[in-house]
Design a protein around this ligand. Structure first.
Ligand SMILES: CC(=O)N[C@H](C=O)[C@@H](O)[C@H](O)[C@H](O)COP(=O)(O)O
Ligand SMILES: C=C(OP(=O)(O)O)C(=O)O
Length: 358
């Protein structure tokens, strides 16, 4: 049984707990607090568990030349990558305001700390758990320091190999962290053939004592539902007000109605996954009573409609399986009746019931 743990106050993940659904606002707020709050509300109204952002302390995440690099993409909000990222970055005070808003409307609030300094800030802010974005997963000193803060961790794995994930697993286990891994492919939007949902199963095999989840960048909801069917206990999807907006992630995001649909579909699918024990279910009884086949015999050996006398030895050609009133012996036991003897005279087309043959 995969490990369960409390990812946020009064909310466990893993085992049979409902999948924890993270609505990733990321940088889809366009640098605008109103849009950011509206997206938190969208997450809440759709029934997602958590609204998430991305926090960087830019001079700790990037070196000078990375910040000075020209960023000429149609998704750029500045001449350089540094200016672009600065435009999309909220201040500490703004984070506090967003957190207060999330608390007020009743949804968990967190962010990916995209460098050690940002993790320090989020720790002080008191987020329930840390998200580690794929770009930071092979930063092993960062992984160790983040684990030392003592909060649960959700670690994504885009661009990483199984070998790297084993290293991350070992560090986090050694630190005694509660954590889960998310299968992820870091492309926006993500083509179905690049998703590799079966990595969820490979992770569960390799890391049997942690919950496994999925962070998706594909279009639509189908693939994420597949992740749930394969056992994902945490799911993260980007959300947006409008997929056509300027920005690298909008196209791979879910609009409000899609998020709502996804949450509803996940909750339905979770119910439908049920248990692994196979038996007839209570809801099947009416059908069973109506059509399940029960054994009857017909006296073909003796001629149709001829009575079988008491004491006759039962052979296969005396038996037929039909929908019977009253119900007879269950047909899956047919071979065990052969060679038995009738304890009473049974008319053609009568049911054979317990005690009629011994
Ligand atoms: C790997 C990773 O961090 N991915 C994040 C999460 O999915 C993304 O949101 C990036 O921050 C985003 O795509 C970057 O876009 P730009 O470079 O235009 O700011
Ligand atoms: C990059 C992030 O996530 P993922 O790698 O799961 O897309 C993130 O959380 O900032």
């Amino acid at each position: 049984m995969p490990l369960e743990f409390e990812i946020a106050p009064d909310r466990k993940i893993g085992g049979n707990h409902p999948c924890f659904i993270i609505a990733e606002i990321g940088q889809n707020h366009q640098g605008d607090m109103k849009i950011a709050k509206d997206l938190i509300k969208v997450a809440k109204d759709a029934g997602a568990d958590c609204a998430k952002f991305q926090k960087s302390e830019l001079s700790y995440k990037f070196n000078k030349s990375a910040l000075a690099r020209p960023y000429t993409s149609k998704n750029s909000w500045g001449k350089t990558y540094g200016e672009h990222k600065e435009f999309l970055e909220f201040s500490h005070d703004q984070y506090k305001e967003l957190q207060d808003y999330a608390n007020q409307i009743g949804i968990y609030f967190t962010a990916s700390g995209m460098d050690e300094k940002a993790v320090d800030f989020l720790h002080d802010l008191g987020v329930p758990f840390f998200k580690v974005g794929s770009g930071d997963t092979n930063n092993l000193p960062y992984i160790a320091k983040t684990a030392e803060k003592g909060r649960p961790m959700v670690v994504s794995s885009g661009m990483q190999s199984m070998d790297t994930m084993k290293k991350v697993y070992k560090i986090l286990k050694d630190k005694g962290a509660d954590f889960c891994f998310l299968q992820c492919t870091s492309a926006y939007p993500l083509n179905p053939e690049d998703v590799h949902l079966r990595v969820i199963e490979a992770y569960q095999k390799e890391f049997p004592d942690i919950p496994i989840g999925y962070s998706g960048h594909e279009s639509g909801t189908t693939i994420t539902l597949g992740a749930i069917a394969l056992g994902a206990k945490v799911v993260e999807r980007h959300i947006t007000m409008d997929k056509t907006w300027k920005g690298s992630d909008h196209e791979a995001s879910l609009e409000p109605d899609e998020l709502k649909d996804l949450v509803t579909q996940i909750r339905t699918l979770e119910k439908a996954l049920g248990g692994t024990f196979k038996e007839m279910r209570a809801c099947e009884l009416p059908t069973f009573n109506k059509i399940k086949r029960h054994m009857k015999w017909i006296g073909e050996e003796f001629g149709a409609a001829r009575d079988i006398p008491s004491g006759a030895e039962i052979s296969a050609d005396m038996l037929a399986v039909k929908v019977a009133e009253p119900k007879g012996i269950a047909p899956e036991t047919i071979s065990s009746l052969l060679g038995m003897r009738a304890t009473r005279a049974i008319d053609f087309d009568d049911s054979i019931r317990e005690g009629d043959v011994v």
